[in-house]
Design a protein around this ligand. Structure first.
Ligand code: ADP
Ligand code: ADP
Length: 229
């Protein structure tokens, strides 16, 4: 379970304090598919950074699987991030001139997993995202949608508690957007928790729950019949 408890994040910009998140309470159940939406400046990136353990709240608590991240040291936070969260970014963030399989293996290199197991798990993750046999392809030989699927395989390979996707379809055309969202839905149907940050209604329609932010506060939080399933 993922739990934000009265989370406030204040940025000090010179003499001005910006309250990017303001006493946000939010609980995300295991196995949910949640879209976090809101206009520019509403606090989405800040929320992503906190959910992803890239930053900590100024006040309040963030619990990830029972562990409160507030007060954790940077290396413990990094460890939690690597073990529990699979990141997917708008710009894919694949390493160029490095094969798809090698990109997918990378988190396992950091986790100290042996070479043979890395290879097997990378192959398995690529198959899971529909890229069986494309392990030797370089990122620039793949379409945008395929590159994002490699990035999703990389996010999955550590078997994280949550996939955290920041505008995952922001660089994709309509067809690839649909493919990537259908893949995230499929992973979610298999039990994976997925949190996505988006400003596109067409993307949020795939979610089971939509949380809207405005000026750092949750202004609506609704379950929906997944419109696009
Ligand atoms: P969004 O992702 O929805 O556009 P952000 O989380 O980036 O929103 O920003 C929320 C508010 O916090 C905005 O007013 C933004 O300018 C401010 N903000 C974000 N990061 C910083 C920072 N590092 N320093 C100062 N202000 C920031
Ligand atoms: P997005 O396009 O995802 O909304 P933003 O442009 O809001 O992203 O922010 C990009 C990065 O810049 C984030 O890491 C955010 O924390 C930081 N940032 C946003 N606003 C400010 C600000 N006013 N001052 C300093 N950093 C900021």
């Amino acid at each position: 379970m993922i739990e934000l408890d009265a989370v406030t994040k204040v940025y000090q910009a010179g003499k001005v304090a910006v309250r990017a998140l303001d006493t946000v309470d939010l609980t995300i159940d295991e196995g949910d598919l949640v879209a976090i939406m809101g206009p520019s400046g509403s606090g989405k990136s800040t929320m992503m950074n906190i959910l992803g353990c890239l930053d900590v709240p100024t006040t309040g608590h963030y619990r990830l699987g029972g562990t409160d991240v507030v007060g954790m040291r940077e290396n413990a936070l990094a460890d939690l991030r690597n073990r529990r969260i699979g990141f997917v970014f708008q710009s894919f963030n694949l390493i160029p001139r490095t094969s798809a399989a090698r990109n997918v293996e990378l988190p396992l290199v950091y986790a100290g997993v042996g070479r043979r197991e890395r290879r097997d798990r990378a192959r398995e993750a690529l198959a899971r995202v529909g890229l069986d046999g494309r392990g030797t392809s370089m990122p620039n030989e793949l379409s945008g949608g395929q590159q994002q699927r490699v990035a999703i395989a990389r996010a999955l390979v550590t078997r994280p508690a949550m996939i955290l996707a920041d505008e995952p379809t922001g660089n994709l055309d309509t067809t690839s957007t649909r493919e990537v969202m259908e893949l995230l839905v499929e992973l979610n149907d298999a039990g994976r928790t997925v949190v996505l940050i988006t400003h596109e209604d067409e993307v949020a329609e795939f979610a089971r729950r939509v949380v809207r932010l405005r000026d750092g506060r949750v202004v609506s939080d609704a379950r929906q019949e997944a419109l696009r399933r």
